[in-house]
Design a binder for this molecule. Structure first.
Ligand code: FES
Length: 154
């Protein structure tokens, strides 16, 4: 019998029939739901490109077995902006050039949103770098990323 996965994704309840019960949340988002803002980099938990919020906590979706999160609320980068208004973290990444090629950016932004939500008010540069250390940027735009996260907490 094909298992059914119930997720609320960016505020919208979804029922997804899973042909493969071993599917990761990353593959469900990208391949089943077309939410390609979440990127696949290493596919082994090392780069952070696939970061999403699961019940408000940031997580590498490539390491998340989709079925084990049945009933969860998922937020992807597509769920941040309100209409034409960017989320403050998105706006801060633009204001501080927190990217170059942009491939890692959705994961960086979701990780930053999660880090700020974890209650790290008053983040200083060192805590931001530590908190964002699971998100790699091959272009090394780290200075702008750190500035963007700090700005978004102000
Ligand atoms: Fe998930 Fe790299 S694709 S951590």
């Amino acid at each position: 019998m094909t298992p059914t996965l119930n997720l609320t994704i960016n505020g919208v309840p979804q029922q997804i029939a899973l042909d493969d019960p071993r599917a990761t949340l990353l593959d469900v988002l990208r391949e089943r739901l077309g939410l390609t803002g979440t990127k696949k980099g290493c596919d082994r938990g090392q780069c952070g490109a696939c970061t999403v919020l699961i019940d408000g906590m940031r997580m590498n979706s490539c390491l998340a077995l989709a079925l084990s999160h049945d009933g969860a609320e998922i937020t992807t980068v597509e769920g941040l902006a309100q209409g034409d208004t960017l989320h403050p973290v998105q706006a801060a990444f633009i204001a501080h050039d927190g990217f170059q090629c942009g491939y890692c950016t959705p994961g960086q932004i979701m990780s930053a949103v999660g880090l700020i939500a974890e209650g790290e008010a008053g983040l200083d540069p060192e805590r931001v770098r530590e908190g964002m250390s699971g998100n790699l940027c091959r272009c090394a735009a780290y200075a702008g990323i750190t500035e963007a996260v700090l700005d978004a907490t102000r």
